[in-house]
Design a protein around this ligand. Structure first.
Ligand code: ZN
Length: 243
């Protein structure tokens, strides 16, 4: 069984379509999404439609919960708030109802799934070894997947000792039996690691491997859509910066 994992699409249709076309060519068995379907980008309706149709499991991210009205808009300031208000206005009732069905945590094939973290599936950023160690200690399965930080990361722990902690380069990791892993695939629609290419992950359950992949997409098209929608210009420029 192989599963492709995507996260933090953030209404970036150009990035989503490119990633899905590559994933399709890889003929994986399942597609999982760790949340933040919407927010920041200019194509929320199409992104929700595609993701709800194609994914075998989809989580809600903090942006999805705010747009769906489960969390008050006032938690977001500046660009995130502007984009969330715009998204709530332009989304169809069908898409809004679909967002409302999503939860920020889940489980599939004995893998724990959280948008943000096991301790706080909506808001906690896991970007340092201390936070990761606290989360790994709470896992009931050997593998947990998280999104939210928009950075590809891997943390691994065995017998209380941290074996891997930090940035995940493109490539394949062989997962050792008895070791706990906490993995972030990175973001499809708004990478923040300085590499503007879309990020995703492929898990091979038979070979016990995790593979981080990056793929270039039409960033100019995503930027143009943001500007034409009247969203803050900084949301367009950050896409080519990868920040
Ligand atoms: Zn996000």
């Amino acid at each position: 069984m192989r599963a492709a994992i995507i996260s933090d699409v953030h209404s970036n249709l150009a990035a989503l379509e490119t990633v899905l076309s590559i994933i399709e060519a890889e003929q994986v068995d399942e597609l999982w999404c760790l949340g933040d379907l919407v927010g920041y980008g200019a194509d929320p309706e199409r992104c929700v439609e595609i993701l709800m149709d194609r994914c075998d499991v989809t989580l809600a991210g903090n942006h999805d919960l705010v747009v769906a009205g489960a969390i008050d808009m006032s938690v977001f300031t500046h660009d995130a708030g502007t984009a969330a208000r715009w998204t709530a206005k332009v989304l169809s009732e069908t898409a809004m109802e679909q967002l409302k069905t999503l939860l920020p945590f889940g489980e599939r094939n004995e893998v724990e799934l959280y948008h943000a973290s096991i301790r706080d599936p909506i808001w906690e950023y896991v970007v340092d070894p201390g936070t990761a160690a606290a989360c790994l200690a709470l896992q009931t399965h050997n593998l947990a997947l998280i999104g939210h930080s928009h950075v590809p990361l891997v943390y691994a722990m065995a017998q209380g000792e941290m074996l891997l902690a930090g940035y995940a380069e493109e490539g394949t990791l062989e997962m050792v039996e008895g070791t706990r892993y906490l993995i972030n695939p990175g973001s499809v629609g708004q990478p923040r690691d300085g590499d503007p290419r879309a990020a995703y992950l492929v898990l091979d359950f038979d070979r016990r491997t995790a593979t981080w992949r990056r793929i270039g997409y039409d960033i100019a098209a995503a930027q143009q859509a943001i500007i034409e929608a009247g969203l803050p210009r900084s949301l367009a420029t950050r896409l080519s910066d990868g920040r």
